[in-house]
Ligand binder design. Sequence first.
Ligand SMILES: C[S@@+](CC[C@H](N)C(=O)[O-])C[C@H]1O[C@@H](n2cnc3c(N)ncnc32)[C@H](O)[C@@H]1O
Length: 274
Amino acid sequence: MLAKTLKPEEYQAIHEFLERQAGIRLGTGKEYLIVSRLSRLLPTFDLAGYGELVQRLGQFGSTSLQTAVIDAMTTNETFWFRDIAHFRVLTDGILAESRPTRLRIWSAASSTGQEAYTTAISLQDAMQGGRVGRMLSYEIIGTDISPTAVREAQGASYCGVAAARGLSDDQRRRYFREQGGCIEVLPQYRKGISFRTFNLLKPFDSLGRFDVVFCRNVLIYFSQERKRDIVSRIARVLNPGGHLFLGSTESMSGHEDLFEMRNLAGGLVYRKRT
Ligand SMILES: C[S@@+](CC[C@H](N)C(=O)[O-])C[C@H]1O[C@@H](n2cnc3c(N)ncnc32)[C@H](O)[C@@H]1O
């Protein structure tokens, strides 16, 4: 079969679609990314080429194609205990200081779930070690625009690289059950966690309010205006004194009116200003 070619105007149209619907900006020269990720959708949706794909994307009722394109174009890279200092900040900084009995946490771009499960593991270890109150009850909500990533997160089962990246042998033994080369998160670390698909460009009202939000390694894909909009809407769903974690390469520059930076327990976090 001949490889389908992607014309500049088709690239532009797909680029604009992604930015409008998901906030994702590919930048220039990413034709290879579109071809490598979308070519398999052509036979699935019975499309002759990218021209027809672009045409169908713009048609009313093409929701399943739109979802599939967004799903395929998201970069779901994540790993266990990513930016490990953040989890220490949460347990040994924020929670040691405030000693809450209830906690609602949002993993706002949860990808395949490692961030949410790492949070639960860290909370339970801290509870067992007496570093936070043993009676702490928590709820963790993971959301992501990618339905495939959300399904994987809900399954709590990881194989290959996803079963290894960020984990020591000891952590694999303590927090997971081995299953034919793959690993499954132990039930006690799945308790209190749920995942759902959610687009950060949509209103946050349906999610409720939170004490802590992890919004890590996703704002990098968005424009400055969208970043500002999302960060200010996160501030609105945070309870007074609530905290926001950004990725280690991301900064709050331009949002100092909403959040103050804190250096706590060896890591950085942003607290909502009152
Ligand atoms: C690089 S991963 C980061 C995962 C995790 N937060 C971490 O730091 O390891 C970025 C995630 O953002 C999600 N994403 C991209 N645009 C989004 C949007 N508009 N709404 C919700 N999630 C989005 C992608 O699907 C992807 O899973």
